[in-house]
Write a protein that binds this ligand. Structure first.
Ligand code: DGJ
Length: 733
């Protein structure tokens, strides 16, 4: 049992070999946060947390004038009870009051964890992997019971948390804020790392010092967004990739979110994260329950690589659900950048045949196969095949692709509708649109109102008819615009604050139904590239299209940044044509492949159009990836040199037994006469001798302490005659 309970002191010490998390009842009955950090002795009862005020501050609590909430570290703080920092929840009661005070009532402990109804969440494969503590707190006046869930994981330096609200009274109450976690730290000597960007440059890490006052990131776009990812790292000032303390907080949710760090005038740091409270109202009638999404909280004393590796393994083993879980991903060829929507069956089959000749395993037909979809002005919402393009339908095309010897995959964008579609003409009230206001279009499309079950149902049946009548083994689920005018037509005013959250619950429910009906299908999520790359999505779709920006140089940054919070096996990464569609930049095919191999790997071009020389390169790349994809996708990843800091970037993957490793270096601009560059490797066995590209034999300790020289017996790096080049080193023990 990984939880030690001190009944008399009402303290709970959750621990595994790496971390300790101690919770206990405060003097006034609220649940306090007593310790979170490196594993400490579980027999320690934590003293000194009862915050004595030097003088009664303005918020002395009830009779106990020496205790102030203002100095307390709390687990799930309230509004209006003497804590002036941002609360973790707010409840509007029928008399108009928002004041609450949750008081510890009871607990239970059990092995394993429970699913969160309707929401994605981590799960145990066997009960012994984790232990869960539920602490129940009650507000006797509001008549609301809140259960705080904590799961401590045996093999990961991870705690997962969420909260559940229940109305135990007879009057309706309204939740106006229900965050997933609060972490109160006694000091604020931290840096905050956010993963930010926009379309085409998603998840760049950005470091900010935590300061007095408030800093935050959020999404109000209806999806987690390319702009700010729902993942934040708090690290100590001296922490780097290989040493030092850090915590990662990853929200398992794909809708509007908010993450906030607040430092008060006493130098204490409060971190909160969860559903964005902005325009969130959730009525709870007698007996009803509301569950918040889960957060994954990772802790390390050993630097950011360790933090990421821990998360990668956890997500691969305990979040991703799929027949492809922990399995090498198929090498695919997608027609989007080759044809966009201008294709017919013959053109598609020609591309597929060439793919087969190159060695790919799966052909994916992207946008443009349905309704009147000849451009992006029409067709979304009409999920029946366009027989002008594909006379034998998806059924026939899938069969022909199978006959070529490839699996068949299909693109869908089920959350959207074009005004020029049969669906919209029949149901103009099925889109999110505010009364008497403009219906803003994005990419000429509107957002279907997934808060309405009948809308989700309609799309489900349309998709079911396509998928059940063709041999489809992969689906790319796209989402190409953010939500505006968030209003559910014809529905009561009280309902409107629920719409953003109900929308994403609708998306999750459709995923769940399709997964249940077609469990063999590999899903890849996408939102104009990486606009919904989050832990929530990974529960349904084990891989996500990282970015529409397929330029190799840009992809180094995008995939490097993504790797802080998400596994390599989750990153959709393809080789596309040169010069690149998005940036116009040219790169050799092997350099493009050396970047895509740190991902699910595939191609996004017409291989009929590449030179013979390039086609030969592609064939070799595929043979290589078939041999090594298991290592790339599931090996231990080490980030060695950041593309955000230098002209050279590098990273490596190491097999579990440390006998095999691959290092790749990328150079942006050619620099003349730089001499010998070395790069210190990580994660090898110091006693083993490794051959480097089947040539030099070098001890692991030398490679890690002195480093790998980039001159080697190959051509020296600086003599390479181009910008944006790469080199790969295969190390075999
Ligand atoms: C955006 C995606 O990111 C692309 O890969 C492609 O699928 C297009 N949508 C199709 O409309």
């Amino acid at each position: 049992m990984a939880i030690k309970i001190f009944e008399k002191e009402k303290q709970f010490h959750l621990y595994n070999s790496k971390l300790s998390y101690v919770i206990g009842e405060c003097r006034d009955g609220e649940v306090g946060q007593l310790y979170f950090g490196k594993r400490i002795n579980e027999n320690q009862i934590v003293y000194g947390y009862q915050t004595l005020a030097g003088r009664p501050l303005c918020c002395a609590v009830t009779e106990d004038e020496n205790y102030t909430k203002e100095l307390a570290c709390l687990e799930y703080p309230a509004f209006g009870n003497g804590d002036f920092r941002g609360p973790a929840y707010e409840i509007r009661q029928s008399n108009g009051s928002r004041v609450t005070n949750l008081v510890y009532d009871r607990y239970q402990v059990y092995e394993g964890n429970k699913p969160i109804p309707g929401l994605p969440a981590s799960y145990v494969n066997t009960d012994s992997e984790a232990t869960t503590l539920e602490i129940v707190c009650v507000d006797e006046v509001a008549k609301v019971e809140v259960t705080l869930f904590y799961t401590i994981w045996e093999d990961y330096s991870i705690i997962t948390r969420h909260a559940s609200f229940k109305n135990i009274g007879s009057d309706e109450v309204k939740l106006t804020k229900a965050l997933s976690c609060c972490l109160d730290f006694p000091d604020y000597e931290y840096d905050w790392i956010q993963f930010e960007g926009a379309w085409g440059r998603e998840r760049y890490p950005h470091v900010r010092p935590v300061e007095k006052g408030i800093m935050s990131i959020e999404s109000m776009r209806g999806h987690s967004s390319a702009n700010f990812n729902p993942f934040v790292i708090l690290k100590r000032k001296n922490t780097d990739e290989f040493q030092g303390e850090a915590m990662g907080i990853n929200l398992v949710y794909s809708g509007n979110f908010a993450a906030k760090a607040e430092v008060d005038n006493y130098g204490k740091l409060r971190f909160t994260m969860g559903i964005n409270p902005n325009w969130f109202v959730w009525p709870l009638n007698s007996g009803e329950v509301f569950d918040t999404p889960e957060v994954i909280i990772t802790y390390t004393k050993n630097g950011l690589n360790d933090l990421s590796q821990n998360l990668h393994k956890f997500m691969n083993n305990n979040l991703v659900r799929s027949p492809y879980k922990n399995k090498p991903r198929p090498i695919l060829l997608n027609n989007w950048e080759a044809t966009e929507m201008e294709f017919d069956e013959e053109k598609i089959l020609k591309i597929a045949r060439k793919g087969k000749e190159a060695g790919v395993e799966l052909f994916v037909l992207d946008d443009g196969w349905f309704g009147k979809r000849d451009d992006d002005y029409a067709g979304l919402g009409d999920w029946f095949v366009n027989t002008n393009k594909l006379p034998d339908g998806i059924t026939g095309l899938a069969k022909k692709v199978n006959e070529i010897g490839l699996d068949f995959g299909l693109w869908i964008e089920p959350e959207m509708v074009n005004p020029d579609s049969d669906l919209y003409r029949a149901h103009p009230d099925w889109v999110l649109a505010a009364p008497d206001r403009r219906r803003t279009l994005g990419r000429h499309q509107m957002v279907l109102d997934y808060s309405k079950p009948e809308v989700v149902d309609n799309i489900y049946h349309q998709l079911y008819d396509v998928i059940s009548t063709a041999n489809i083994s992969y689906i790319k689920w796209d989402m190409n615009r953010s939500i505006t005018e968030c209003f559910s037509q014809g529905v009561a005013p009280e309902y409107q604050g629920m719409v953003y959250h109900k929308y994403i619950l609708g998306v999750y429910s459709l995923y769940e139904r399709l997964i249940k009906d077609f469990p063999h299908i590999l899903f890849e999520s996408c939102a104009s590239g990486g606009g919904r790359f989050d832990a929530g999505m990974l529960y349904y779709a084990p891989q996500a299209w990282c970015s529409d920006d397929t330029d190799g140089h840009e992809r180094v940054k995008i995939q490097y940044g993504t790797s802080y919070g998400y596994p390599i096996a989750s990153m959709g990464a393809h080789v596309s044509k040169s010069p690149n569609n998005q940036t116009g930049r040219s790169m050799d095919a092997d350099d493009r492949a050396n970047i895509a191999c740190f991902g699910t790997f595939g191609y996004e071009l017409d291989l009929n159009e590449v030179s013979e020389e390039e086609f030969a390169q592609v064939k070799k790349q595929i043979v290589f990836m078939k041999e090594y994809r298991g290592l790339f996708q599931y090996g231990t990843l080490y980030r060695l040199q950041s593309p955000f800091e230098k002209n050279t970037a590098s990273w490596m993957v190491v097999s579990e037994d440390k006998k095999l490793a691959i290092v790749v270096m990328y150079k942006s601009l050619k620099t003349p006469n730089v001499g010998m560059e070395t790069i210190r490797l990580q994660g090898l066995d110091e006693k083993l001798v490794y051959t480097v590209n089947d040539k030099e034999k070098i001890y692991g300790d030398f490679l890690m302490e002195r480093g790998l020289g980039t001159m080697g017996s190959d051509e020296p790096w600086y003599l390479s005659d181009a910008d944006f080049t790469s080199r790969m080193f295969i190390l075999k023990a």
